[in-house]
Structure formats: C-alpha cells, structure tokens
Design a protein around this ligand. Sequence first.
Ligand code: FES
Length: 103
Amino acid sequence: IKITVETPDGERVVLEAPTDMGLSVMEVMKANELNVPAICGGMAICATCHVEVLASGDLPEMNDDEAFMIESLPHATEMSRLSCQLRITPELDGLVVRLMPEA
Ligand code: FES
C-alpha cells in the first residue's frame, strides 16, 4: 500500500508500505529515514511518534494506552494518533499523516 507523510517542513513523501510484515506506520517511516525518534520503540509511552491523520479510510480504534498518551499531549488534535500503534493493513492504503514537530 502507499502512505503519504507530510514532514514538519511541509514536504510530502509517499512511502511504500508492505502489509505482510506486521509493521507499524512508525516503523515504515523510520525505515524510510524520516525523523521519528520513537524513543520507546513502539510501546505507546513516549509519544515521539505522534502524527496527525489528514486523510484515511477506516482506522483501527485506539487502545487505552494510546488514548491516554494522546490525552496528555498539549498539542494533540482530534486527528492525533500514535503512529507506532497503527499497523499497516490493506485498509490503510492512501493514508496521509502529518509528522508532528516535537511529537
Ligand atoms: Fe513511543 Fe510510539 S514510539 S509512543
């Protein structure tokens, strides 16, 4: 599938994301050398993988850990997600996210 990432300086990059490897959006962004600190390594406790969803089909529901982290972020929006909690699935094709500066 393809996902599009808007970087903090406004550049848009289209990434190829395989659906059969159990990867998260965060892992695909990192694999493409985008600057995602992801300090906690995908445990939903650091929020340095914060993205704002600009366009998507059906997204998976947030689990409690993700919802809790996002609530604690001062600059979260209604469309905020933790990219480490978004698994690449066929439903995510066409996803557009903005990488939040200082996630
Ligand atoms: Fe830490 Fe996503 S990588 S919350």
